[in-house]
Design a protein around this ligand. Structure first.
Ligand code: 16G
Ligand code: MG
Length: 557
C-alpha cells in the first residue's frame, strides 16, 4: 500500500478506537452486539467490503442490522457479488481486523492480507460498496462509519441505499453485478409481475373464494412494516392487513422469531383473529412464518419454515412432473432435473419423513444460511429452509437455460396447454423467489400464489403432515466453544462421552431425537429434543440440558 493510502487509513482508523476488553467474532451472520460498541467494527468491515470489491471487480453489499435481536443491538454483515453471504474464506480476516487493538496493527493486518490475496490496491481501482440499514435508531451513525471505512480505500465509492430489508440489499447487489436495474421499484416490479403470472396460470376450475382474500401480517415493528405498506398498494387481488408496522418497539413481543419460539400471538393479535391466515416477518424481513390463532385463545398454531419448504417442494415437483410427463417429451426433450431439499437438524422430523416419502432427496447442513445456500446451489433446483422461516429456492443457470428453451418450444407447439403453463409457472417462480437470499416478502407472495393455485386454506396446507412435539432449551456454560459437533450438528464429538450419554437418554423416548450445539449468535449451548408427546419432548430436553451442565459446567442461570 502506498504512503498516501497508509496515512488516510491511520487518520481515519484513529477516529474509531475499538472498545477495550471485548472480542468480536464474525458469527453465523456477521458481527452482532450492543449497538454502542459497534462503530469501530463497522468502520473496519467497511474497509473489508472495499477490499472484496476490488478483488472481485464487483459491487459488494454491507448491511447494518441485528435482525430479530432487541432494538438496542445492531450488527453488520457483508454480501458477496452473487448476492449471497461473504465467502467463509474471508471470515478469519474479518475477525482479525475487528479485534486489532490500534490503527498500526490494523494496517499491518490489511497489508498482509492484501499481499496474500493479491489485491491490487495501487492500480487506481474503481470499487463500489452498497450500504443498507434496517430501522434501528443506531443504524444511521453506523452506516456513516461503514461509508468512511469503505471510502478510506482509495478509489472506492460507498453508495447508501437507505433503509431497506436485508434481502432487498442482497437482491440489489446481485442485480447490479448482473447489469440489471437495482432499485426498490425494480425489485417490486420483478416480483409483482411474476406473482401475477402465477395467478394467470392457475388451472381452470380452482375455486377462488373469499377465504383467500385477506392475509394479516405481523411486521415485527421493523423495516418490513413500511415495505409491506408499499407492496399493499400494488396488490389488487390480495388484501393485506399490516400490523406492527413500526410504531411499537422493534421485535418486542412481535415478529417471526417470537412467534416461532413462544407459539403465542404477537402483540396486536388475539382471539378475534381466529380463522384468519396470518404471517409474521422478523425485524429485517428475511424470515417468514405463517400461523393461525386457536379458537378463543392467545395460542397459535405455527406453520413454520419446514411447512413453507414442503409447500414449495410439492409445487415444484408437480410442475416438473407435468413438463416431463408426456412420453414424447420423455424421449426427446426431458431433462433429468436434479431437485434437492436442504434442511438443518432443527427441521421437524415429521417434515423430513414426509419429504422423503415424496421421493425427494433431502440433505442436511449445519445451522446458518451460508451453509444451506451453498448446498442448495449444487442442484438444478435447490430448496432450502430453516424451521425458523429463513429460506429460498435456487435455480441453476443450466436449468433455467433448458427451461427457457422448453417454454419457447411449448409456446409454439402447444400454447396454453397445461405443459406449457407448468413451464411458465417455473419461470415465474424463479423470478418471484429471491435468488440471492431468503426473503420474507418474496416468499410470502409465492406462498400466497401456491395456496391459490391449489385452492388451499392455511388449514389444508397445515394438514400435509403433523409436527412431532419438540422443545428447545438453552444452557449457559463456562465455555460454549468446548462443544464441537459433526454430521451437520447431529453428533457431539467434544467433550468426550457426552454424545454417548445423550444417546442413552434419547433411547428411552419413543420417537426421541435430540441434539446439542453451541449457538452462533449467543453465548449459550442449545438443546433440541423431539418425542412422541410434548411432555416427553420436554422431559428429554431437560434431561439432556442437565447432561450439558454436568459435562461443561454451568454458569448458574
Ligand atoms: C442467524 C442465522 C440463522 C440461524 C440463526 C441460528 C443467517 C442469515 N441467520 O440468525 O440462519 O438459524 O443465526 O442462531 O444466517 P443460533 O446459532 O444462535 O442458534
Ligand atoms: Mg433476519
Amino acid at each position: 500500500m502506498n504512503q498516501k493510502q497508509r496515512s488516510i487509513l491511520v487518520e481515519l482508523a484513529s477516529r474509531f478506537p475499538p472498545p477495550q476488553g471485548l472480542r468480536f467474532s464474525y458469527g453465523t451472520s456477521g458481527f452482532r452486539t450492543d449497538a454502542s460498541l459497534l462503530e469501530s467494527t463497522v468502520f473496519r468491515v467497511g474497509i473489508l467490503a472495499a477490499l472484496r470489491s476490488i478483488q472481485t471487480a464487483s459491487v459488494i453489499g454491507l448491511m447494518i442490522t441485528a435482525s430479530h435481536n432487541e432494538v438496542l443491538d445492531n450488527g453488520v454483515k457483508v454480501t458477496d457479488p452473487s448476492g449471497g453471504m461473504l465467502t467463509q474464506r474471508w471470515e478469519p480476516f474479518a475477525d482479525a481486523i475487528a479485534n486489532a487493538s490500534d490503527p498500526h496493527s490494523l494496517i499491518q493486518l490489511i497489508d498482509d492480507f492484501v499481499k496474500k490475496e493479491n489485491i491490487q490496491l495501487d492500480g487506481a481501482p474503481s470499487s463500489e460498496v452498497l450500504l443498507g440499514r434496517d430501522t434501528r435508531p443506531s443504524g444511521k451513525l453506523l452506516v456513516s462509519a461503514a461509508a468512511l471505512g469503505a471510502t478510506s480505500i482509495m478509489g472506492t465509492i460507498a453508495n447508501d441505499m437507505g433503509i431497506l430489508t436485508t434481502p432487498q440489499l442482497h437482491w440489489m447487489v446481485r442485480s447490479k453485478n448482473k447489469g440489471i436495474e437495482a432499485t426498490k421499484n425494480s425489485y417490486y416490479d420483478q416480483f409483482l409481475v411474476s406473482y401475477r403470472l402465477l395467478l394467470d396460470c392457475i388451472p381452470p376450475g380452482v375455486c377462488g373464494n373469499n377465504m383467500y382474500e385477506k392475509l394479516i401480517v405481523d411486521c415485527a415493528d421493523g423495516v418490513g412494516g413500511e415495505e409491506i405498506e408499499k407492496l399493499k398498494t400494488r396488490l389488487s387481488d390480495l388484501k393485506i392487513e399490516a400490523r406492527n408496522t413500526g410504531v411499537g418497539v422493534l421485535n418486542e413481543g412481535v415478529g417471526a422469531d417470537f412467534v416461532q419460539k413462544e407459539k403465542i400471538v404477537p402483540r396486536g393479535f388475539g382471539p378475534s383473529d381466529f380463522g384468519a391466515r396470518c404471517a409474521s416477518l422478523d425485524g429485517d424481513a428475511d424470515r417468514l412464518v405463517y400461523f393461525y390463532v386457536l379458537s378463543n385463545s392467545n395460542k397459535i398454531h405455527l406453520v413454520d419454515g419446514d411447512k413453507i419448504l414442503t409447500l414449495f417442494a410439492l409445487f415444484i415437483k408437480e410442475q416438473l412432473g407435468i413438463i416431463n410427463g408426456a412420453e414424447d417429451v420423455k424421449a426427446n426433450n426431458s431433462y433429468q432435473t436434479h431437485l434437492g431439499v436442504i434442511q438443518t437438524a432443527y427441521a421437524n422430523g415429521a417434515s423430513t419423513d414426509y419429504l422423503k416419502q415424496l421421493g425427494l432427496e433431502v440433505v442436511f447442513t449445519p445451522t446458518g444460511v451460508k451453509y444451506l445456500h451453498e448446498k442448495a446451489a449444487k442442484y438444478d433446483i435447490g430448496i432450502y429452509f430453516e424451521a425458523n422461516g429463513h429460506g429460498t429456492i435456487l435455480f441453476s443457470e443450466t436449468f433455467l437455460g433448458w427451461l427457457d428453451i422448453r417454454n419457447n418450444e411449448l409456446l409454439s407447439t402447444s400454447r396454453g396447454s397445461e405443459q406449457q403453463k407448468a413451464a411458465l409457472r417455473l419461470v415465474a417462480t424463479s423470478k418471484l423467489i429471491n435468488q440471492a437470499v431468503g426473503d420474507a416478502l418474496s416468499g410470502m407472495l409465492l406462498v400466497e400464489a401456491i395456496l391459490r393455485h391449489w385452492g388451499w386454506s392455511i388449514y389444508r396446507w397445515n394438514e400435509l403432515y403433523q409436527d412431532l412435539p419438540s422443545r428447545q432449551l438453552k444452557v449457559k456454560v463456562i465455555d460454549r466453544t468446548a462443544v464441537v459437533t459433526a454430521n451437520a450438528e447431529t453428533v457431539v464429538v467434544k467433550p468426550p462421552g457426552i454424545q454417548e450419554a445423550i444417546d442413552v437418554e434419547t433411547a428411552k423416548y419413543p420417537k426421541g431425537r435430540c441434539f446439542v450445539r453451541p449457538s452462533g449468535t449467543e453465548d449459550v449451548v442449545r438443546v433440541y429434543a423431539e418425542a412422541l408427546t410434548q411432555e416427553l419432548a420436554d422431559s428429554l430436553a431437560h434431561s439432556v440440558a442437565r447432561l450439558v451442565d454436568q459435562f461443561l459446567g454451568s454458569c448458574g442461570d
